[in-house]
Design a protein around this ligand. Sequence first.
Ligand code: ADP
Ligand code: MG
Length: 342
Amino acid sequence: MAELTPLAALGEFALINRLKKNIATTQASTVLGIGDDAAIIAPAAGQEVVVTTDLLVEGIHFDLSFCPLRHLGYKAVAVNVSDVAAMNATPTQIVVGLAAPSRFTVEAVEELYAGMRLACEAYGVDLVGGDTTSSRAGLLISVTALGQVAAGQAVRRSGGQPTDILCVSGDLGAAYLGLQVLEREKQVFLADNDAQPELADYEYVVQRQLRPEARLDIIHELRELGIVPTSMIDVSDGLASEILHLCAASGTGARLFSEFIPLANPALEVAAEFNLDPIMCALNGGEDYELLFTISVNDHAKIKNHPDITVIGHLSDLSDGVNLIAKGGNAVPLQAQGWTAF
Ligand code: ADP
Ligand code: MG
């Protein structure tokens, strides 16, 4: 095995130099990337800039005992791209704040950056700067993403109308189930250090947890279909809390039909094994990073045969409240547990 280099042996400046070696910029709007006191960005004429940030903290948002650094780097970028996409914007640049404990090696940080680079390539984003320091309390990754959208075309949470249709991309609940599998295998490992994790049967849900994709593809497809959603949000905390956010911002109620919530077969299997209700996993699990959006009824025909977009209900008058409709027609007010860091 090749020798590993402790971070302390290299120092901040040499580390930054090493990291930036493999980083190229491709966006037209990137005038200057890593290397100066600040990056320079020139948004195209007629575009607005969106900016968003996400902080990932070891022990709170990820567990390095089962999260490979390369995946973690990918995910740190993907979750920011997901927020940019949820504004109907195209991501263009990111900056990365990194605080690493001294037990970390240069090779470990390079793995993390390899994952971030992969994501930057996948989403067409330039890594244009950051800051690096040490940490006494685990690894901390802060990614800030910039994106562009034609002036006036950004989609807010607040634009939903009481007659709009409620749609979601992909399928829900799998990321939470993947986390259950990983936590279980970790306990097995802690009890017996020779135990090998049994993850082969759980590939889909584990991948949904460790290496989520931002649904930029959906943003592009909606554009091709000539649809501007009236409101949109990405599903990071579970469907229930995201619907409540959309409705609160839009000043509407909603009817969500539980039988329409998209669930993947592998997720159904894992839910059965863990004795969990897959609908509850979708409602309260989180980290699926799908897009939840509303469209005008006039646009319904354009998406109704789309294989990766599901109509799960509709908005309604504020006074109706936000309701989950069970298969038999029973309505119960939707509750959000969400995911809480505290
Ligand atoms: P300053 O003292 O102005 O903060 P630094 O020495 O921290 O400058 O950073 C030098 C350059 O390297 C800057 O362009 C900065 O954006 C970039 N940089 C620093 N840390 C990182 C990182 N973790 N990832 C990417 N770029 C970084
Ligand atoms: Mg700095």
